[in-house]
Design a protein around this ligand. Structure first.
Ligand code: SF4
Length: 218
């Protein structure tokens, strides 16, 4: 698959206006599905108008402009507003864009935390569309972690969270300039075991993410 498309108005392969919407944490609620279904009823065409699920945990909804419609993109803007009202991600700067999480508690027996609920407490502000993906995991398996580029690992431990900048292979990465990009410190001289800082409370994760966004070690 190619790069993740940007949420919002887009064009289908044949130039038809369409909307790309992402489901927060990859989960569609009944209300969101109803909103998509209503829009598909109103705007979809037989065959090509059906909403399509994407590998990026989203939907592409092709919109059929009325014949001779001089402003076919108006329908796309309207559809964006409807989908946004259901809580789907339709703008690249929305708080959930680029944020992922595993199942966590209570759905997974290995989980040390309800990572989805904790992520909801932290990701309340608009995000820089160019910010690195953030992934919350309830244990070291890190199910569903991002692939293909650097990302920020928020890992639940028994006493809190550990925030680490990682490269595409999942190894701890350094920030530009060489400072360690997280609580799992790297780049220390051989033999000099650095003290391991304590895990962070949920509120501390927000501060650590902000520090990484500034290019500083959290
Ligand atoms: S990362 Fe761990 S806690 Fe999360 S879903 Fe996978 S096994 Fe469960």
């Amino acid at each position: 698959r190619g790069p993740r498309p940007v949420p919002g108005p887009t064009r289908d392969g044949d130039g038809t206006p369409a909307v790309h919407a992402l489901a927060p944490l990859g989960t569609l609620t009944a209300g969101q599905l109803r909103g998509v279904a209503d829009l598909a009823d109103l705007t979809g065409r037989e065959g090509t108008g059906a909403p399509r699920v994407t590998p990026w945990r989203g939907l592409v909804l092709p919109l059929a402009p009325a014949p001779g419609d001089p402003a076919p993109d108006t329908g796309a803007a309207r559809a964006v507003r409807v989908l946004e009202a259901t809580g789907l991600i339709t703008r690249p700067d929305e708080p959930w864009h680029g944020v992922g999480a595993c199942t966590g508690r209570p759905g997974c027996g290995r989980a040390l935390a309800d990572v989805r609920a904790d992520a909801a407490r932290v990701h309340t502000r608009r995000r820089d569309p160019a910010a690195l993906p953030v992934h919350w995991s309830g244990c070291s398996r890190r199910c569903g972690r991002p692939r293909g580029g650097p990302w920020i690992d928020v890992l639940a431990e028994p006493d809190g969270y550990r925030v680490t900048l990682r490269d595409a292979d999942g190894a701890p990465a350094n920030l530009p300039g060489g400072s360690p990009g997280g609580r799992e410190r790297t780049g220390e001289p051989p033999g000099a075991a650095p003290p391991t800082p304590p895990p962070l409370p949920v509120d501390g994760v927000a501060t650590a993410l902000a520090a990484l966004a500034r290019g500083a070690s959290p």
